[in-house]
Design a protein around this ligand. Structure first.
Ligand SMILES: Nc1ncnc2c1ncn2[C@@H]1O[C@H](COP(=O)(O)OP(=O)(O)O)[C@@H](O)[C@H]1O
Ligand SMILES: [Mg+2]
Length: 192
């Protein structure tokens, strides 16, 4: 049985700077997901650091993904995952505070997983066509690494339900989230 979930999306500085706010938002709206909160925000380093919290699992996962990408390019990596993860986190904080972001909360059944599917793989170069990252960018691990910057993949979306709740509370107060009905919900949730 699917569950009604909420998830956080950020249109990152590259998405805002490239004028893609409307296109990105419409991808989620058109599939039936409901926007229950939305704002433009200019994050400071504290907010960016709290968003990309130095959680040990996250550092390890990000470091491991980076290691695999290095190894695929034939590079030998001596550094530990955690160390690579910490370096990427520093780059990410700088990237997130570069210019305003647009933050919104989406609600719907299995929203967390569904949004990740629409967003696509972390590296736009690997993301499938039809996903936001695959359609609007071809950035890659190699390109990002060469410029010592994070992958510019237009968008952040929470990876798990508990991550989503933590992130929503970071970017929005309860008063900024709204309960309302989309007209298509009557069709979606009608009794047979
Ligand atoms: N190896 C890497 N090199 C550069 N940037 C990276 C790397 N791994 C992740 N990033 C950046 O860090 C962000 C957070 O990483 P992660 O949570 O693993 O990806 P996702 O955004 O797909 O959930 C990514 O969206 C991307 O901008
Ligand atoms: Mg993530």
């Amino acid at each position: 049985m699917s569950a009604k979930e909420r998830t956080l999306v950020l249109i990152k500085p590259d998405g805002v700077q490239r004028g893609l706010i409307g296109d990105i938002l419409s991808r989620f709206e058109r599939c039936g997901l409901k926007v229950i909160g939305m704002k433009m925000a200019y994050a400071d380093e504290k907010l960016a650091g709290d968003h990309y919290i130095a959680d040990e699992d996250w550092l390890d996962t990000v470091g491991e993904k980076a290691r695999k990408a290095y190894e695929q390019r034939g590079a030998k990596v001596e550094r530990k995952n955690r160390e690579i993860g910490l370096e990427i986190r520093e780059q990410l904080i700088k990237y997130l505070v570069m210019s305003p972001v647009v933050a919104f909360v989406l609600e719907g059944h299995n929203a967390v997983k569904h949004v990740r599917k629409i967003v696509g793989a972390t590296s736009p170069g690997d993301a499938a066509p039809g996903t936001i990252r695959g359609d609007y960018s071809f950035d890659s691990y190699a390109l990002a690494d060469k410029s010592k910057r994070p992958i510019q993949n237009l968008i952040h979306a929470s990876g798990e339900v508990d991550e989503a709740e933590r992130e929503i509370n970071l970017w929005f107060t309860d008063k900024e989230l709204h309960s309302w009905q989309r007209t298509d919900e009557a069709l979606l949730y009608r009794k047979g």
